[in-house]
Design a protein around this ligand. Structure first.
Ligand code: UTP
Length: 292
């Protein structure tokens, strides 16, 4: 029997984003721009390119602008038409047509695991992908597709990992793994926000996981973990230790849009790749750097 086809994704985007204060009081960090598009649109694009048809975005109060972005904007279309720029309308409409987008409110922000628990009805009995709303990854092959390909082979939950510096491991999580084949590992266990003496390895989960629906009962049984929040890592630790889990050291560069430095780096690198901006921006940066 072949593995179930994966067509659903969940993007938790309800967090307060305190590391991005003061802007996050008025603009959700998932809506911060990378050049001229909000971060979250890169995530939905990654889903569409990976064969996902339905995306659930978990939102919260003051995040309504996310819904507005994935919609047609008739005032702008009218304006473009009347000024002879009608050919730009298709590009504006693209975001609304990438996938079916569904929304649900996480009524209280009690952690990433708690946010995912709101996806139970949407997911039903299917395996699904989670893209953390503030983690942007630029890659040749979409990372969601890289995870799906590993799932198709092992039929187990998959986490996307990279080796990161110790200081970051302590802020994220640490995995105990065993190699299976090139860039693919079996996950034995994991720990959220370890102290230095609790670190298993420098492999940490970065922004993409593929889960099976048994995660929901596990989340519901969890007590609050690190920071008093319901942690998805605590649920995934149980899954790894009981049913089995794989990890893929994915190809791609990840930017943490929830941090000011990550936001600046994503913008600089994407601007340099932009056909219309790249040349002039490069010249500007070189000049700037030469004067430092
Ligand atoms: P983070 O831990 O980076 O989000 O969660 P945060 O709590 O908003 O960040 P800081 O530390 O205060 O700056 C990763 C993703 O999970 C979502 C966030 O929106 C982000 O996209 N999240 C987090 C939720 O949807 N709900 C939560 O309760 C927590």
């Amino acid at each position: 029997m072949s593995a179930k086809k994966i067509t659903k994704a969940v993007i938790p985007a309800a967090g307060l984003g305190t590391r991005m204060l003061p802007i996050s009081r008025a603009v959700p960090k998932e809506m911060l721009p990378i050049v001229d598009r909000p971060a979250i649109s890169y995530l939905v694009e990654e889903c569409a390119k990976s064969g996902i048809t339905d995306v659930l975005i978990v939102t919260s109060r003051s995040k309504t602008m996310i819904e507005d972005y994935f919609d047609y904007s008739l005032e702008y279309e009218q304006k473009l038409l009347s000024s002879g720029r009608g050919n730009e309308i298709d590009d504006l409409r693209r975001a609304a047509k990438l996938c079916n987008i569904h929304y649900i409110r996480q009524i209280e922000t009690k952690g990433l695991g708690h946010a995912i628990s709101f996806a139970r009805t949407f997911v039903g009995g299917d395996p699904f992908v989670v893209l953390y709303g503030d983690d942007i990854i630029f890659s040749e092959k979409p990372v969601v597709k890289q995870l799906i390909d590993v799932y198709d082979r092992y039929e187990l939950p998959v986490v996307g990992v990279k080796e990161v510096p110790i200081e970051l491991v302590m802020k994220y999580d640490s995995l105990k793994t065993e190699p299976l084949e090139k860039d693919i590992y079996k996950v034995l266990t994991m720990i959220e926000k370890p102290r230095r003496d609790q670190i298993y390895s420098q492999f940490a989960i970065l922004g993409r996981v593929l889960l099976t629906p048994d995660v929901f009962d596990i989340i519901d049984s969890l007590p609050p973990g690190a920071g008093g929040e319901i942690q998805l890592t605590d649920a995934m630790k149980i899954m790894a230790e009981t049913g089995g889990m794989t990890a893929v050291d994915f190809e791609g560069t990840r930017y943490d849009m929830g941090s000011k430095l990550g936001f600046l780096k994503a913008n600089t690198e994407q601007a340099l790749k932009d056909p219309a901006l790249g040349g002039e921006y490069m010249a500007y940066l070189k000049d700037l750097v030469s004067k430092l």
